[in-house]
Design a protein around this ligand. Structure first.
Ligand code: B12
Ligand code: SF4
Ligand code: SF4
Length: 237
């Protein structure tokens, strides 16, 4: 039984990396706050594990961003969402073929527009799966690529070992987490990013994104400025 599960996990990992995704991790949901997930509780109860996948954004596309989103970034944003949704569907169907259950969660679909909430938080799952930490910019920051990634999640009942927490890896360099980096604070056009990540001003950020949308930079609420600034381990090497 264990051998069959391990073989399936290794097939899933191959699908993920062969497709061009960049990071992969597994979270045990028993330790994750899920009471605010917008999923039917009976459905959610079926799944003990979550697979978290990250795809790196193009450095060249980000290069063009100065203080607002660009047309290239908007297209890239949609393309990466599409890529992640396709990949999550493939992973889920591979798991289902082997007799387990798996639910791909959309990369960027809003369920509750008033409160700007999706089915679940990909950031929270990715943090638990050891991919990175929540940075001053309120985003999931990875040592490898900073915040220059997009995320997707697949919930499953396939019993798989969770990936270890990132903390030892983070502590290896310069005090860990954001430490003495303040790059995103310097560039945020809304002054929404503060010294303490808990003080991140969600409303100021959201107002700025609405303004960008009204100006016609994109038909969706995107920005990219604090994403471009956040380069991960590279900033300290
Ligand atoms: C809705 C949404 C938004 C909304 C509001 C965000 C929100 N609710 O937190 C808006 C339009 C403002 C937004 C902005 C951005 N987003 Co957005 N967004 C989402 C989406 C679709 C759902 C988020 C969600 O439901 N969260 C549920 C809550 C409960 O969980 P949480 O996010 O962990 O919890 C936070 C909120 O509750 C927040 N909060 C607390 N009080 C308040 C009050 C208000 C008014 C708001 C808005 C938030 C808020 O604090 C919690 C801790 O951070 C996710 C995809 C997903 N399914 O995760 C992408 C996602 C979070 N966004 C992403 C990105 C990249 C962005 C932008 C950079 C835009 C862009 N693409 O250029 C900015 C970044 C803003 C920032 N610095 O945080 C990425 C993050 C990748 C990463 N590296 O972390 C995600 C994961 C999409 C993806 N598939 O990769 N986003
Ligand atoms: S998305 Fe833009 S406005 Fe919001 S925190 Fe990042 S840089 Fe600031
Ligand atoms: S740019 Fe620096 S301070 Fe901001 S989130 Fe990234 S690592 Fe943290």
């Amino acid at each position: 039984m264990k051998t069959k599960q391990n073989a399936l996990l290794s097939t899933v990992r191959s699908i993920v990396f062969d497709s061009g995704a960049d990071l992969f991790g597994v979270a045990d949901l028993t330790d994750v706050k899920t009471d605010d997930f917008l999923l039917d509780s009976k459905l959610l109860a079926k799944f003990r594990y979550a697979i978290s996948i990250a795809k790196r954004l193009s450095g060249a596309v980000l290069e063009e961003i100065v203080d607002h989103p660009t047309k290239l970034y908007f297209h890239h944003y949609r393309t990466i969402n599409f890529f992640l949704d396709q990949l999550a569907t493939r992973v889920a169907s591979e798991i289902e073929k082997a007799g387990y259950s798996a639910l791909p969660i959309p990369a960027a679909q809003i369920v509750d527009w008033q409160n700007q909430k999706a089915h679940l938080s990909h950031k929270r799952i990715a943090e638990k799966a050891g991919l990175g930490w929540i940075g001053r910019n309120n985003l999931l920051v990875t040592p490898e690529y900073g915040a220059q990634i997009r995320l997707v999640t697949i919930l499953t009942d396939l019993p798989i070992s969770p990936t270890p927490s990132l903390s030892p890896k983070v502590e290896e360099y310069k005090g860990g987490e954001c430490s003495d980096c303040y790059e995103c604070i310097k560039v945020c056009p809304a002054q929404a990013i503060k010294e303490r990540k808990e003080d991140f001003d969600h409303l100021k950020c959201f107002e700025k994104l609405k303004e960008f949308q009204k100006k016609g930079y994109s038909s969706q609420h995107i920005c990219g400025v604090c994403v471009k600034a956040c380069k991960g381990r590279k900033r300290v090497s």
